[in-house]
Ligand binder design. Sequence first.
Ligand code: FAD
Length: 288
Amino acid sequence: MPTPRISFEFFPPKDIAGAFRLSDTVRDLAPLDPTFVSVTYGAGGTTRELTHDAVTTIHNRYGLNVAAHLTCVDASRAETLEIAQSYAEAGITEIVALRGDPPKGQGGFAPHPEGFANSVELIEALAATGKFNLRVGAYPDPHPEAGSDTADVDWLKRKIDAGAASAITQFFFEADTFFRFRDKCEKAGIDAPIIPGILPIENWGGVKKFATNCGAKVPGWLDDAFDKALRDGREDLLSVAVAAELCSDLIDGGVENLHFYTLNKPHLTRDVAHALGVTPRVALQKVA
Ligand code: FAD
């Protein structure tokens, strides 16, 4: 099996303990030589400064290629483009451009009166700056707001045509879900790379709730397996086995890049990466 190229998603810390946890996570995973890492932007645009600080610190301290997530939520066009400009000035050349979700309890997405109405408008404006490699979200299981069977593919095509260079998917649980989506994208003329998003499962109860909210279908066999693993205290072992199996099925189907949702906890992602043959670059240099 070919060794995949991997990348990681982190979220910005909210307090000192979180800052240490992020720092430990980046330190543990950086030696796996990710093609890029990304830092999320809190729902409702709640982490504007924290995301900026985390992005620039990881970039400066570890020399990693960092993609800053940026959403349209609760900001005017001018404010959003100002954030992007501050990234360009800090040497950040990658942005994950998203419409974003509103803050909890606010109902559906409502554009800021002077803001971008949707992700396509944001991508067009960022592409016009000529300063960024733009990545966008994609949805192998239907996004909760998809208006029809083809809506997610049609909309992804619009995002790519607007200037996005690649897409990262929402997490999903079965390789066929990704392959069906990839086939539909190919048929629709999307030739940009679509990178599967992989969520190593840290807490099955929490993941199931999150999956329901974001539209990822939970297979019955996985629920049964976690019921048993939880009873036996083997949740982590099952998580690594399930994620490694999903990744190797994807690689067998031609996937070359995998993006891991680390949740700022390095151990499961690291174990899955090792199982796929991705080994620490630093350790190898020390041996040589
Ligand atoms: P879009 O792709 O714009 O929309 C999602 C779907 O809704 C489309 O596929 C389409 O079916 C439908 N749709 C939306 N608008 C229209 C329209 N105008 N016309 C027709 N159909 C439409 N959220 C955060 O708040 N912060 C983050 O950092 C963050 N990071 C993410 C990273 C990745 C890789 C992914 C996959 C998601 C992330 N999210 C994040 C969640 C994301 O904000 C939500 O899923 C949000 O609801 C959709 O954002 P989007 O840009 O992917 O949406």
